[in-house]
Design a protein around this ligand. Sequence first.
Ligand code: NOJ
Length: 556
Amino acid sequence: MAKTRWYKDAIIYQIYPRSFCDSNGDGIGDIRGIISKLDYLKELGINCVWLSPCYKSPNDDNGYDISNYRDIMDEFGTLEDWQEMIDGMHARGIRLIMDLVVNHTSDEHEWFKQARSSKDNPYRDYYIWHKGKGKDGRKPPNNWTSRFTGSAWEYDEKTGEFYLHLFSKKQPDLNWDNPKVRQEVIDICNYWFEKGVDGFRCDVITYISKDKNFPDGKFNPAICGDEHFVIGPHYHEYIHELNEKSWSLYDSLTVGEAQGITIDNAFDAVDESREELDCVFTFEHQTQVDSFLTTVPKKFSLVKWKKIFSSWQSLPETCWNSLYIENHDYPRSLPRYGKLKYRVKVAKMLAISINFLRGTPYIYQGQEIGMTNFANLKRKDYKDIVSIKIYDTVKKFLPVFLPIVKWALNKKARDHARAPMQWNSEPNAGFTTGKPWMAVNPNYVDINVEQAMEDKNGIWHFYKQLNEFRKGNEIIRNGTYKQYYPKDRNVWMYEREYEGKKYVVIASYTDKEVQFVVPQELKGKESKLVMSNYADCVKTLSDVTLRPYEAMVYAL
Ligand code: NOJ
């Protein structure tokens, strides 16, 4: 099927179902809760939803451990609910992409239950097994680490071998070198396509092919072995096969979560001629700030940030970008890039800087109202397997470091972004009438959807306006990108140009006043302010003292 590449005009809203909206009072978000908010999403002006996993799962990693790919998690509802949800989305002009989590399954998936039952079970080779080292064969086969800490190998008593798990031990890695496994994945994709989904967000997709010699990785106590399985030996071949046998048969979007894909190898991963993924979520801009895989947060550098975005913007026209600064794996963006004293200004400034770039923008639930981190996240609030593992391991083996770990988790735990959506100022932020599965951020009294929708000058209306502005806008969709002042540590200035028309974007990333000077080549050109985060910004492109986090866009 010829692809329309509809995603180039999409604005995608990510729903983390567990925390979005609870319809039945059990404290857990669910599909009927999503259905009840479809008009809300329509009004915000998004036209596609990425739904984090909603399949059957024992929830070791909140649904990223799937025990049945063809059915819905009990807490979330039924396949009938799901069908009603997608029909409701489509009726409102909203597409749906689902999470495809196929680097690993749950250990409670029937395939794994079979696989671990005996060495000659037909499903044994669906997973990656290896003999252990040492006299008794009880030492892991190599030094690879799980991205969730500790060895990536788990000894299985019954059959006396280790299996590989790059995430938790309840998430065994599938063996993609087995053609039957690849066929299963193709069948799963086609099953959901036939039910009407419009594409997939492909979880840790760059991990699927491993070096089967299993060499030790370069020493790194936190993440070891990457060089042997990130974009491994058959990665491109397997993705191409999936594209050929499934993704290309539907007018779909496939966006890969792509550790290891940098500007240097992006072309091979996403150029249209490759017939692999349509685009990726690069980690480059996120990891230069911090990453959930490394414990201590890093200092933000605007110069590096601009360099990364600018290089991705300069990819050939046949490559497409994904624009995101938030998702369920990072703390909220606002405290990372600005001072909370200026919450609304920072949120709008970030929205401007990112949404005028070339690519498909993503809004993570709550970003549209400027949700923030917890002020003080405590052990009892951790629900994420990663926070719990890090904290408990350090407490057990290196308790002197506990204060540092608490401090680091308070800044960067994934729990921050997974807190229930703040709908109104009623108890539990209107998320549930029961006891929420995790703590609600107490600031919901001031930051919530109801309040945000009433404030015409607030963040919510700003996103709505931006979403409207982007629709059908050829300069934003197709224009070239040029950066000004790349070395400036406070201001990001860039220009988008299409058929002689331009937008010039100026965004200050500091709470200090800074002087902005119009570049020589733009001086004296006719210009008009089209968007800004202060009501009284100068109406034409001029030399100006920028106020804290001031951002504006001029049409030239
Ligand atoms: C990436 C997902 O975004 C994250 O939430 C999950 O823990 C890992 N993949 C493992 O599936």
